[in-house]
Write a protein that binds this ligand. Structure first.
Ligand SMILES: Cc1cc2nc3c(=O)[nH]c(=O)nc-3n(C[C@H](O)[C@H](O)[C@H](O)COP(=O)(O)OP(=O)(O)OC[C@H]3O[C@@H](n4cnc5c(N)ncnc54)[C@H](O)[C@@H]3O)c2cc1C
Length: 404
């Protein structure tokens, strides 16, 4: 007999694994699907904001994260294009942890709670038929149909973008429902030629740079993009950058060449990178990166994480928003599966909750990105931050999800 799962979660990044863990621990027969195989390196600054930790605690995931020996980050330094620097304390300790370790550990937690995880499985379409969803999947060249009473899409914000070491585009396109999802997110996203890259490094000389990099997140702004640096586990350093693809000469299309190109545009960044030794096996790229204009929480099925919206990466709060949406949506899914809520009520209430919580940080995040990336406007910021440090901290805070 074919299994009918209570819930299928489509995408096993931070949002999907957190939702699967939560729903499985409530006793629902849960399957978590991802087209990739784990562990895998993923483009991300790997900075877990102080705000995300309360959500992690409520999700029962904080202990697992603390057990991965993350670096503790207490300060931020913003290196502007004109040479100005703004240094600010963070509102609490952030954690630096690689997505290679983090996502795999969330999978272990989801599995321990009873979820089934299937890797290397691409979801092609989801269709509601007679009160059940029929999902068409492709795995190892075979097509199959999986049935579930509820589905949650946690497939990230890449749309048809690639997530591969060389940043090149995939040749396959996704079918029907997933293609219409791309059109849906396109309406609310800033169409861009941005490419995201990341790579780990180790320190050539462990002190005093190691102390500085391990306890601060550094952001470097320059024409055509910005780069973030912070420590992760085992004394390693993660460097992630968002770059305008048109500004990158075609000979510089490997991740390390793109990061070197970024370093050429900011003297302080160049100095920092020269003191580090790259670990090329950890490279990843994603393109295009679309920054959202407004959150879209439902597209035929409920969306969580980056599938709802992408906040500018410099805010370092994307994972926090992904975890919070997983928490919210799982609660509605639980009530729907219990028969306490109709699908229509789930859609309406969840959409309202996401608009209420996500619109403000998204708006402020885009404003902060605009200010810091403008060579002209950013000139006055270091002096303003010295004169009104509370206002500067308030601005960073406004880009963050308010902890409930
Ligand atoms: C350059 C950059 C730097 C960033 N830095 C930070 C930071 O420092 N801190 C922070 O909090 N956030 C940061 N972010 C944002 C953060 O990475 C995202 O918010 C977060 O990864 C969202 O998690 P998610 O689970 O929604 O999506 P993802 O982590 O993208 O997971 C989606 C999963 O869905 C799978 N999938 C997609 N389509 C299908 C399909 N059809 N079938 C099956 N599986 C599918 C994918 O393989 C993937 O594993 C950064 C982003 C960028 C681009």
């Amino acid at each position: 007999m074919t299994t009918i799962y209570d819930v299928a979660v489509l995408g096993a990044g931070v949002a999907g694994s957190a939702a699967a863990k939560l729903l499985a621990s409530k006793g629902w027969n849960t399957v978590l699907l991802d087209r990739q195989r784990f562990p895998r390196h993923k483009v991300c600054g790997e900075f877990l904001s102080p705000e995300s930790q309360e959500t992690l605690a409520r999700l029962g995931l904080l202990k697992a994260v603390q057990g991965l020996s993350p670096s503790l980050i207490t300060r931020t330094s913003l290196y502007l294009e004109n040479g100005g620097v703004i240094r600010l304390p963070l509102p609490g300790a952030a954690l630096g942890i690689s997505r290679y370790r983090l996502d795999a550990s969330f999978h272990q937690e989801a599995e321990a709670a009873g979820a089934r995880i299937r890797e290397g499985v691409t979801v092609l379409s989801a269709e509601l038929q007679d009160g059940h969803y029929s999902l068409t999947l492709r795995s190892e060249g075979q097509t199959e149909v999986l049935r579930a009473r509820a589905v949650i899409a946690a497939w990230g914000g890449a749309g048809q973008a690639s997530e591969r070491p060389d940043g090149s585009r995939p040749s396959r396109s996704r079918k029907s429902d997933l293609t219409s999802r791309d059109r849906g997110s396109g309406r609310s996203a800033q169409v861009s030629g941005l490419v995201g890259v990341k790579m780990h490094y180790r320190m050539a000389d462990p002190t005093p740079l190691s102390v500085q990099v391990n306890s601060a997140v550094e952001l470097y702004f320059f024409q055509g993009g910005y780069t973030g640096i912070n420590g992760v586990e085992d004394g390693k350093v993660n460097i992630a950058a968002l770059l305008d693809r048109d500004d990158i000469p075609s000979k510089h299309r490997s991740v390390s060449a793109m990061l070197e190109e970024a370093a050429r545009r900011h003297p302080s960044l160049r100095e920092r990178i020269e003191a580090l030794i790259p670990l090329p096996d950890t490279a990843a790229a994603v393109s295009p990166v679309r920054i959202s204009m407004r959150p879209v929480a439902w597209s035929g099925i409920p969306l969580i994480g980056d599938a709802i919206c992408r906040i500018p990466p410099l805010c370092g709060d994307g994972m926090s928003m992904a975890l919070r949406s997983a928490e919210l949506c799982s609660d509605y899914a639980d009530r729907y599966l219990r028969g306490e809520l109709s699908l229509g009520d789930w859609e309406r209430e969840y959409k309202e909750a996401i608009m209420r919580e996500f619109s403000r940080p998204l708006r402020w995040g885009r404003f902060a990105e605009f200010l810091l990336s403008s060579a002209f406007l950013s000139r006055a910021l270091p002096a303003l931050a010295r004169l009104a440090p509370r206002a500067a901290r308030g601005m960073i805070q406004a880009t963050r999800l308010r902890v409930r």
